[in-house]
Design a protein around this ligand. Sequence first.
Ligand SMILES: [Zn+2]
Length: 187
Amino acid sequence: MSAIPLPKSTHASSVLICEECGAEAQILGSLDGPDATETVEMWNREHAQCGADPVASAWQSLVQRGDAECLIDYEDDLAKLSRIPRPSWAPVERDSIRGAIRSSAYRSRPVAVPLTHHGTEECDNGRLMSRFEVAAKRLGQGENLVGVTLSVVVDSEWRNVGVNLTLDEVHRLIEALAAACDLAVTE
Ligand SMILES: [Zn+2]
């Protein structure tokens, strides 16, 4: 028999029956195998609450959800930690998970703007230029931002400074940059 105990109301060693909800499942293959153990574990999880007092079950679900939400895993998917759904433009590998949900962010892929008046550094395929990188961000509590990072080579070392701008700040920056461009070409 499998190492873990069979659940309540198991009538036959190879058939699982929940007397509370009437569900049945057949264990396929060897009862000693890892597949059987997995099937029984899943069955136990699915039917643990069957027939229980609904008030107690609701409380137990809240306890489990709260415990899961209290663990921040830096390698995790922000959509598991935040109530804000993943935007279509934010790949999971770009998630920035920090010490608090409100400072964690979904991020788009960045757009790089190369800077010709600043240094370069040798890399595997050639030389990498100093640059601005721009990405759309949505924080873990829903605020929409634009992240701008300046990466420049100074004395053969990369200096990186990142800032978050509100959308209003971005519009003001666009306005100032456009006005500076206009000004620069006048006498
Ligand atoms: Zn059940």
